[in-house]
Design a protein around this ligand. Sequence first.
Ligand code: FAD
Ligand code: SF4
Length: 516
Amino acid sequence: MSTLPSLTLRLILGDQLNPHHPWFDTVRDDVVYVLMEVRQETDYVRHHAQKVIAIFAAMRDFAEQLRAAGHRVRHVAIDSPSNRQSITANLDALIAHYGATTVQYQQPDEWRLDAQLASWREGLVLQGVQAEVVSSLHFLTERDEAQRLFEGRKQWLMEHFYRHMRRQHVVLMDGPQPAGGQWNFDHDNRQPWPGTPAEPPDWRTPHDHSALWATIEAAGVQTFGSPQAERFAWPLNRTEALQHLGAFITQALPHFGDFQDALTGKAWRLFHSLLSFALNVKMLHPREVIDRAEQAWRSGHAPLAAVEGFIRQILGWREYVRGVYWAHMPGYDQHNALGHDRPLPDWFWTGRTNMACMAQAVGQSLSQAYAHHIQRLMVIGNFALLAGLDPQAVHRWYLGVYIDAFEWVELPNTVGMSQFADGGLLATKPYVSSAAYIDRMGDHCKGCHYSKKERLGERACPFNALYWDFHLRHDATLRRNPRIGMVYRQIDKMAPEALTAIRDQAEALCGRLDTL
Ligand code: FAD
Ligand code: SF4
């Protein structure tokens, strides 16, 4: 009796586009690589058009490269008649089609997919099909490494984790000491941008993806934001991602530190790297990005403060928030420690607001699928928190709008760092400010419809009354936080009539959020 040769299906998710994964070291006839464009993934939240184009185009590019290298590939297009629009339903069909005896997949980074594939895997065993999970080999830490590091401690601190990472991975170290004698140069990295040095030219190469965009639209996928399909500029493969990395190191890294926190209406990315998409879909490995940055300092091309500031984001924050995510999922998305429940104002989908800082940050999010960290945290997130917007609605907006948004990194940043909805697990105090901070860090207030100095009245900057009202509303929760004691000392000096006027102003603002 003849037996069929065994065949293995290897699933490649849209954020697992690492051509250096050992899977691809040898070409095997008994392995079929499977990539699929499915409504399950386009519809779990409404995404920015550029995000859908980027992931589909990058998957198509990856499939082509695998084919060119001699691998067997099955790419299921969004409009393919055989597409069942669910990852596991498609896998079931492909197992039957190929008579596959084994399915392998790389560990997903999102809890949602991890849980879906894990429960599907249990059913496979009953059918006599083997299922194997391998590491994506992308991160520098294990999922539970941060949790183990903080075992038994009341408070998690990123700085502690970061120093551990610097030592463990020997990054910016001179023997046992941090390079330059300091772990953290954050205090040097807080300048507004005066307009010079000039923002480097956009180093991304535009491609025409209008045909793919037409397919996505015809398939009925609902998106928002500008597709920019004819001059699509995000990197779609490792070669492009490496070019972008090189351009960032040469042109922007030397100034990254100085203007890391700067806000401006005159430039949309300043000296930020725009590498988060390439990193998150694994075209680039964090270690190679870190090494290139460290080399730039060691060769005298970029100052230590800039390089340390940049490396801290990747070696520190990126790995840390992933640790927070896995330590607190499932359920982290449900946190709402401050009980906020207002819906997002309509202009989150249009960018049309009189607040100059918000118009720029939301507007460029919609046009570019990108805003830099301080826009996400201290403009949009700050407003959302002060105005008491529902953190789950805020989370869904952030998860949809940004080119780099994948839940493992977006959720802790939004629900934890930005909205303080986890009650202070990730951030030691709420990231909120009045107009004073936004004015200090940028140039938005000068041309704004609202007055940065006023707290009360029609033209008063909404951030001002909302800032004080936020602290008044949450007095019982926040007053005992030593990091914000000064705010309450100021409040305690205010006359009762002044506090009433602030409350009234904030209530009026929150009653007309759509028209601000
Ligand atoms: P750069 O400023 O050049 O920084 C370099 C790299 O550091 C980034 O590419 C990124 O990989 C990493 N990094 C920087 N800050 C963080 C951080 N706080 N957490 C994790 N990694 C970081 N980042 C995402 O990748 N996906 C998200 O969905 C996402 N959502 C966010 C939501 C909110 C509310 C906030 C406040 C931040 C969010 N971030 C997210 C973190 C950060 O804002 C982006 O990584 C960064 O703006 C991406 O742009 P860049 O590549 O130009 O970054
Ligand atoms: Fe933003 Fe207020 Fe400044 Fe206007 S005045 S740009 S709303 S902080």
